[in-house]
Every structure is written in C-alpha cells, then in structure tokens.
Design a protein around this ligand. Structure first.
Ligand code: AHG
Ligand code: MN
Ligand code: MN
Ligand code: MN
Length: 326
C-alpha cells in the first residue's frame, strides 16, 4: 500500500502543502493515541472553561487544540491558525503561505462514551497582498470555501482514517499503527447520487422550520407516502462519523436552522466544519447547501460564523432543497 506523500506528489500537490498536511497528521496521530488511552491517560471529562461558542470544553478538546496549534505554528508553513477552541486567530511565522482553520476534536459529546470523534481541517491560501509581510487579521480567514487548497478530517474510530481532498477527488488513508504511516486504502470516493438513508438529530424536531418539518415528515411516511420508499436513519453525534458514512455509502446529513432561539439559530461552524466537509462532499460528487445557497459560495463575515448544513447524495439533497424553494 502506498504512503501519503508520494500519492500527493503524483497528484501535483506542491511540497510546502504536502509538508503542512503531514504536520497536521503528526498532531492527529498523537491525538489518536491519546483518545485511545482515554482513562489510562487521564484525558476524559470536562475542564471548567467555556469556548467562545458557549460550550464547556472537554479535556480532549483543549489537549487536541494545543497539539495542533503548537505543531502548526512551529512548522514554518503556517501564517496563522483559527480554531473552534480559540477565541481569536493566532499568528505563526512570516514566511508561511497558508492559513489553517480547524475543529481539533469533533464529536466532543462522544469522548466519554468511547464513541467516534475526529479532527477537521481546512487549508486556505494567505491572500496575495499579505504575502509580503503585513500582519494577518481575522478578515484574511473570511474566504469562501471554494478558496480552500485542501481540506479533510481524521476520524478516531476502530481504525484511524484520513479523508483528504486537494481538489482532485477524495481519497481515504488508514493509519497503520504498527509503523505510524497513513496508507492509501481507497482511491476514488464517490457519493452515490440516490439514497434511502438520512441523518438528523430528531430530538430537535419541534425547533425545525416548516420546509424541514415537511421534508422529514414525507420521508417518515415511507413506502406508502409521497416518497414511495422506506428510509433508514443514523445519527452519530459526530459530523466526522456521519460524513464518513455518507462518503462510504451515500445519505443525507443535515443540521438545520432552529427556531427556538433566534440569537443562535445554527449549530455547525462555517470555517472549520461546513466548508472543509463541503469541499470533501463536493469533490466526491455530492451536494452541500444551507437550504438557500451552496455552502462553498458563502462569503464569511465572522470567524466563528454558524450556518445550517444540508449535505450528501446529490438527488436527495436536491429533493430536500425543493421543499425549501417551494
Ligand atoms: P463539536 O463536538 O466539535 O462541538 O461538534 C459537534 C457537532 C457535530 O459534530 C455533530 O454533528 C453535532 O454537533 C452533534 O450535535 P447534537 O449534540 O445535537 O447531536
Ligand atoms: Mn465543540
Ligand atoms: Mn465539530
Ligand atoms: Mn470540536
């Protein structure tokens, strides 16, 4: 089986970007080990702190963030980072030509129950006018998802799997823990266009807007209803896990807008959740939307901006969007 770096070289990826991706993966290997050690390493449970999203930080959220942050800022390739667990951007070195936004540990509520978690990353170019050396600001991260030069995630499950795109499709690599390398295990990921599987946190049903209420109601009617077929439902409570399943066998995943608290209608974050996952899904032939527009076309306005997310099998996402456009 082939190692990551030669595969990326063959895909025409520039050397600095390969080195940057390898730096991210070095941190992820460390996170993978600590997730596996769990109670043995004393990393389960919460801290007393909150992040800027108002979520209580788990010990592993903080630890994973620190590992990624330290390794990226020391790497020499990164001009600045943004993270779910950092209120503001953090500057790296002047020569760095990349910006990295990341969710150090996705699926935090799964940590203490030995269930799936992951690390999501998005790599953006430093804007041309800033290459000369002017200070990087938050606004430099506010680029549409289409600008990403690479995105991916590492999933910490029974095996540790990297899903990666550099704009030439999506590939899966599996961490061989016997010698610490990510080896190419699936070369051309394609999301089936049609599906009979969906993922939504159904406990929030009373908070959904009318179009989503109708879409899910029609799905639940099954074969005898307007959709004319039965559906299956899955919810991992870790976007990485749900997106992985969709990349493997199709499906529709959504975290829709909620109507109960209008100051906080959305959960998922654009820069380090929706955009990197959006690029992966689109590169695998799927579709990503807020219900109103393609996620990758959004001009971000805030670092920790949140958006509604509907993604997955093309035909099914289109059907869901039809309910929104009626
Ligand atoms: P994070 O753990 O990084 O804060 O993200 C959690 C996200 C995402 O992974 C998942 O799809 C969703 O929150 C789960 O939400 P529920 O708690 O509503 O199931
Ligand atoms: Mn969180
Ligand atoms: Mn997350
Ligand atoms: Mn997280």
């Amino acid at each position: 089986m082939r190692r990551l770096a030669p595969v990326l070289r063959e895909d025409g990826v520039e050397l600095d970007l390969i080195s940057l991706i390898r730096t991210i993966l070095a941190a992820c290997k460390d996170i993978s080990f600590r997730v596996g050690q769990a109670d043995l390493a004393g990393v389960l449970g919460s801290t007393l702190d909150e992040n800027i999203q108002g979520e209580t930080q788990k010990k592993l959220d903080v630890l994973s963030n620190q590992l990624l942050k330290d390794m990226l800022l020391e790497s020499g390739f990164v001009r600045a980072i943004a993270s779910e667990e950092e209120d503001f951007i953090v500057e790296g070195v002047h020569g760095g030509r990349f910006l990295v936004a990341f969710d150090p540990l996705d699926g935090s509520s799964n940590i203490d129950v030995n269930s799936l978690t992951g690390t999501i990353f998005s790599i953006l170019p430093v804007p041309d006018e800033k290459l000369a050396g002017d200070a990087i600001t938050e606004s430099d991260f506010l680029q549409p998802g289409r600008n990403q030069v690479a995105s991916g995630y590492v999933m910490y499950g029974p095996s540790t799997i990297l899903a990666l795109t550099t704009g030439k499709g999506v590939k899966f690599y599996t961490l061989d823990k016997t010698h610490g390398s990510f080896l190419l295990t699936q070369e051309r990921i394609e999301v089936p266009e049609e599906t009979q599987e969906f993922a939504i946190n159904a406990s929030n049903q009373h908070k959904w807007q009318i179009p989503m209420q109708r879409y899910i109601r029609d799905i639940l009617d099954g074969k005898g209803g307007i959709r004319g077929k039965n559906f299956n439902m899955r919810w991992v409570a870790c976007m990485v896990g749900d997106v992985y399943r969709i990349l493997c066998r199709g499906g529709l995943f959504t975290y829709p807008a909620h109507t109960d608290d209008l100051s906080k209608p959305n959960k998922l974050r654009l820069l380090y959740e929706a955009n990197p996952m959006g690029l992966l899904i689109e590169q695998a032939g799927g579709l990503v939307s807020t219900g109103e527009q393609n996620i990758l076309d959004i001009q971000p306005t805030e670092l920790h901006q949140r958006v509604p997310v509907i993604l997955g099998s093309k035909q099914e996402v289109k059907i869901c969007l039809d309910y929104h456009n009626q």
